[in-house]
Design a protein around this ligand. Sequence first.
Ligand SMILES: *Cc1c(COP(=O)(O)O)cnc(C)c1O
Length: 486
Amino acid sequence: MNFDDLLLVNNTKSKQYYKDVIEKTSLAIINSFNTSLAYKGLSPQDLKKELNQIDILPENGESFDEVLKKVVSKIMPNFLYTSSKGYMAHLHSPALIESIASELIISTFNQSMDSWDQSPVATEIELLVIQMLTKLYGLGDQSDGVFTSGGSQSNFSGLMCARDWYCNTVLHHDVKKKGLPSNYHKFRIYTSQLSHFSVEKTAHILGLGYDAVRKVPVDDKLKMDISMLKIMINEDLAKGLIPMAVVATLGTTDYGSIDDVVSIRDICDKHSMYLHSDAAYGGALILSEKYKDRLKGIELSDSITIDFHKMFLLPISCSAFLVKDKDLFTPYQLHADYLNREEDEEEGYTNLVGKSIQTTRRFDALKVWISFQTQGKSGYATIIDKCISNANTLYNMLDLADVYETIVEPELSSVVFKHRGSDKLNKKIRKILLHENGLVIGQTSFNGKVYLKCTLLNPLVTNYELLHLIKKINEIVIEETKKLKK
Ligand SMILES: *Cc1c(COP(=O)(O)O)cnc(C)c1O
């Protein structure tokens, strides 16, 4: 075994090997960007067959060149191209080029964010990025935050803070020490029927159960119906239940509709309830002069979820959980002699593990630090405005065509629609676009019917691609209708 080829250290041979490996890899990646299609790979069955031929754990190792060859021939051709203008399916973005360089720095230095002595400068950078973010979202002097693995973990953190705050402050019950209070099965959390499923998942994990989540109907703009929220809380109070928190969605995953946080805050204040705002998708609007008003009231939230791996175009994973009052993190704190001694803090060594449910944690804050500087506010505003304008264009095109049904004018960058034909036809459209046209769009349901969805996160998309998509769908419909008549 050649130890010079193991780790990057201060010796010429190891540096040369690092350089070789990175250069060969980046060249292979560049060469694989040889198509404008979003997917040109195999079907799931053929892919399984192809990959099963490879012995993942041979007796003796092979050279990186040999293994890279297999990556190039078996894996790369079957990747989805998230930067393709034909990829419009999910809230899953392409990655800005400089953010890919950020990832290389992050993994090469491999800092861990749990304690200062595992991430000296990285800890300080995360603190500064969090400070910049809490200011950007107007959370005030007592605010704080932490990077997480994604919106689901940020929402989990929000509801955990909500539960603990409610138990400690309103019920004077120390949930951290004693576990749930005896009336825990009466706790109720309100969220719109279109909120992210991580709200229910979290209720389960927190020991409250799905039944603790009350799904509030939406209005015709697909925002939480505020009068229904009031009615449901009053009904529950009358039944002796305990309304404890509201999760507002600032940008629903499917439609991008944004709940009215100002009105929700009023209701929360009236009933001593916690307000978490899930802005995983819509949070990016804060950087758009044109659209940031749509987040009005976000600063009134007790905590906020922001995903940077969605509209901010940073690589997975990159999400932040922000709180208005740093004391909300108290439940997370636990000291271990080997990791985060209490005396460290007094001496000025910040150990971020006290704010996180993770221990070992990535230096994702660097991606925000780098891309916020390279793009600037104006760069991000251009990207975000372009995606929203694309969504409006597509919506208008579909709305004008009699054969398509739309649901709601987009507030963010997604458009949900269906062809007036059957559910079966709409499902077929998505599959044929994927396997025959290299176009990837999403599918969802509304009022029990199958709908198609385009999530537009790629600022390179123009009217041309939107028209091309509609043209392809029209062609598929004609073909499929012919087949049916035969
Ligand atoms: C994407 C999304 C989430 C989940 O975020 P992950 O990063 O996928 O865990 C939560 N809420 C909303 C509104 C989302 O769109």
